[in-house]
Design a protein around this ligand. Structure first.
Ligand code: ATP
Length: 309
């Protein structure tokens, strides 16, 4: 079981910079991958959030020259709605998140939040507006409470306790000898994959970002834990009224979202609600849905057999 997803020396430097006004928790989620040469343009202005609308316009992107990943990806997500990106592995779902966060720039095409091109706004205002629940939550060698506080360093203890409660971390907290004051990793303390994600949810709630991006864990969680977690997320999003984006591997987890974008070969191949997409029996979505239902059924049968034995 790992506790840290990022190198220790990197965390050390984060600790030294703790008193900076804004610590981008999210810059940690992808620290191994993104280049750091992206900077504010000289006339960058702070992003002004109105509704939290997101628009990708003919976005093309390649990590390596000649290997296109996104090819004219276009979509619009109205503020305050829930949208999901699904598609085969490697179709570019996480790349969309990285571009929205401006870890990378599109090769061509434009990305807008509330009609402001993200290239023209300050990085700090952009990253403050977007909260991320990553697949793997980096944890610091500090108390559980302080780990949550990375969502917003100025938060009071009461605010930290409140979001822990909303993220339904109570089972974990009851198990810990000193609750929120317990140090992560102390006395062999173990945190499960589901609890790590709850901690990430608490962090993101504390951040109070108008746009939230959830990157569904592929392997860390079993189906039941995942669906309980989704309930927690949905309850909180409805309260926040913000724009919520999901990267989903299990279609069941996002069947309730307002709009699903099916990515294929770097572009949006299909879009619609779960119901609309299923109505077309020949859609890629219908195919993926059937395949997952069969797989799910197989898993359930396997489970029942284990119980019988
Ligand atoms: P998954 O469902 O497996 O998480 P995804 O749809 O999120 O996949 P991306 O992570 O966006 O896919 O990756 C799209 C493609 O870009 C993949 O072929 C991947 O190998 C490639 N890729 C991702 N990151 C990099 C990188 N830093 N350098 C080069 N290629 C990359």
């Amino acid at each position: 079981v790992f506790q840290l997803s990022v190198p220790l020396n990197f965390l050390g430097s984060v600790y030294r910079d703790m008193n900076q006004a804004l610590l981008d928790m999210e810059t940690l989620f992808d620290v191994r991958e993104h280049p750091v040469h992206i900077k504010d343009s000289p006339d960058a202005k702070p992003l002004q959030i109105k509704n939290g609308d997101i628009r990708f316009e003919n976005v093309c992107f390649e990590y390596r020259p000649g290997v296109p990943i996104l090819q004219n990806a276009s979509f619009t997500i109205p503020g305050g709605t829930k949208a999901a990106f699904v598609g085969p592995s490697g179709s570019g779902k996480s790349t969309i998140l990285r571009l929205l966060f401006r870890f990378y720039e599109p090769t061509s095409g434009k990305i807008y939040i509330d009609d402001q091109e993200i290239r023209s706004v300050t990085l700090s205002s952009l990253r403050q507006a977007v909260g991320v629940v990553p697949q793997e939550t980096p944890l610091f060698n500090d108390t559980v409470g302080n780990n949550i506080r990375f969502g917003r360093l100025s938060a009071t203890d009461a605010e930290v306790a409140e979001v822990a409660n909303r993220a339904e971390l109570d089972t974990l907290l009851r198990r810990l000898p000193d609750g929120l004051e317990t140090t992560v990793g102390e006395r062999g303390m173990m945190i499960s994959g589901g609890e790590r994600q709850r901690l990430a949810i608490a962090r993101v709630l504390l951040k109070q970002a108008p746009i939230i991006f959830f990157d569904e864990a592929t392997s860390a969680l079993d189906t039941q834990t995942e669906s309980i977690l989704m309930d927690t997320i949905n309850r909180n999003i409805n309260k926040l009224g913000g724009t919520a984006l999901f990267i989903a591997h299990r279609l069941r987890t996002v069947a309730e979202t307002d709009k699903i974008f099916v990515l294929r070969e770097g572009a949006v191949a299909e879009e619609g609600s779960h119901r609309e997409l299923l109505a077309n029996k020949n859609s890629l979505y219908s195919f993926m849905w059937k395949a997952q239902e069969v797989q799910q059924l197989a898993e359930e049968i396997e489970l029942t057999e284990e119980e019988v034995i």
